[in-house]
Design a protein around this ligand. Structure first.
Ligand code: C5P
Length: 226
């Protein structure tokens, strides 16, 4: 018997992380950021100077590296991420990692290794897992499945705000829109578990909604289902 699982999927910049963390905190569930795992491997690939298309070397790395995520209790501070005992919490959010992660996440062996680990962590349930393939592939039997979306322009605006808050160099809205649209395209056209709304997921279009409103809707829906 496992505890409930909430799966939150959706395109880049739809607010999944912030919303998932808030929902997890309010319901006393563990938050699992699966994108951070793909980002951590990408960082390691860059760090080791491995070519993005060297699938053999990357497969080897994916099966041997050790990824740890420490959920922070404080909603304002980031979830800490380690790969092979290196703290990469900040490094995995750079423009370089963000621009390369989709190419790594498209590789079968990488997905096998990470999905396996996610399913192990999820055995007992009691979590809010967020990513691209959670409801469709990682936890197909999740009690609650949400597909979170927003228009490209809204998502670019939110990203720009995030960068500002983090003190990162300013990027234009046009550039952010292009980057987001490109990542959407790569993530939804790849062969292995592409970004896709699961048939039984509820779609939440969040343009004009704030985080608390989105979180409240998900919590409402959770109480209805359980
Ligand atoms: O959610 P985040 O933007 O951190 O995800 C980074 C990238 O990791 C995505 O663009 C996607 O390529 C990949 N990803 C994935 N499957 C997941 C989570 C993330 O392919 N479950």
């Amino acid at each position: 018997d496992r505890q409930p699982i909430i799966a939150i999927d959706g395109p880049a910049g739809a607010g999944k992380s912030t919303v998932a963390r808030q929902v997890a905190a309010e319901l006393g569930l563990v938050y699992l950021d699966t994108g951070a795992m793909y980002r951590a491997i990408t960082w390691l690939v860059i760090q080791k100077g491995i070519a993005l298309d060297d699938e053999c070397a990357i497969a080897e790395l994916a099966h041997t590296c050790k990824i740890e995520l420490t959920p922070s209790q404080d909603l304002k501070s980031p979830v800490r991420v380690w790969i092979d005992d290196v703290d990469v919490t900040q490094e995995i959010r750079t423009v370089e990692v963000t621009s390369k992660v989709s190419a790594i996440a498209a590789q079968t062996a990488v997905r096998q290794a990470l999905v396996n680990q996610q399913q192990n962590w999820g055995k007992k349930g009691g979590l809010v897992a967020e990513g691209r393939d959670i409801g469709s592939h990682v936890f197909p039997d999740a009690e609650v499945k949400i597909f979170l979306t927003a228009s490209v322009s809204e998502r670019a605006r939110r990203r720009q705000q995030d960068f500002k808050k983090q003190g990162q160099p300013e990027v234009s809205l046009e550039q952010l829109e292009r980057d987001i649209a490109e990542r959407d395209w790569k993530d939804s056209t790849r062969k292995v578990s592409p970004l896709q709304k699961a048939a039984d997921a509820v779609e939440l279009q969040t343009d004009g909604m704030n985080i608390s409103e989105v979180a409240a809707q998900i919590i409402n829906y959770y109480h209805q289902k359980l």
